[in-house]
Design a protein around this ligand. Structure first.
Ligand SMILES: [Zn+2]
Length: 166
């Protein structure tokens, strides 16, 4: 799976495009969703040092069930102005979906892929890349540049349309 930094950069890219005219807080929720699923890592490290180590934590979080659970839990932690609970869940879930899609490009966990339908152990993976490629953050930066470029073009077309209308 890509590193958290790559997930963050791709999350920022998606937030810039999906919530172009949204508030900063709304974009932050998408970015939060993009990194939230890997919250199991510190939990797993912590659990690994105890007797209660649960090997199922990583696949459980990297699933549709995990994404929905985390989105609802995280949305309940925030009370942002002008956003409903449902909207917050939706925004975080967008980020989580981007995270899962990005992880599915990999051969994580010994070529098994993600258990998207956890607890069913059916693997899903695009089988494109090995997770430790050094250029993954470069891919994240490239996606950010592309998003900024698209955003700039969208702003240009909007302002020229506004000029024509006035
Ligand atoms: Zn992940």
């Amino acid at each position: 799976m890509p590193d958290v930094f790559t997930h963050f950069l791709v999350g920022v890219s998606i937030a810039l495009l999906v919530r172009k005219d949204g508030s900063r807080a709304e974009r932050m929720l998408i970015i939060l969703g993009a990194v939230l699923i890997d919250i199991e890592r510190p939990f797993s490290w912590l659990l690994a040092s105890t007797e209660f180590y649960w090997i199922g934590l990583t696949p459980a979080f990297h699933s549709i069930l995990g994404a929905v659970f985390l989105s609802y839990s995280a949305a309940a932690c925030f009370d942002l102005e002008h956003t409903t609970f449902r909207e917050r869940v939706k925004l975080i879930l967008i980020g989580c979906t981007v995270h899962l899609l990005l992880d599915m490009t990999m051969y994580p966990w010994e070529e098994r892929g993600l258990y998207l339908l956890y607890p069913l152990k059916i693997t899903f993976s695009f089988n494109l890349l090995w997770p430790d490629f050094w250029w993954l953050p470069v891919f994240g930066i490239a996606s950010l540049l592309v998003a900024l470029g698209i955003r700039y073009l969208m702003t240009l077309t909007q302002s020229s349309k506004a000029e024509r209308d006035s």
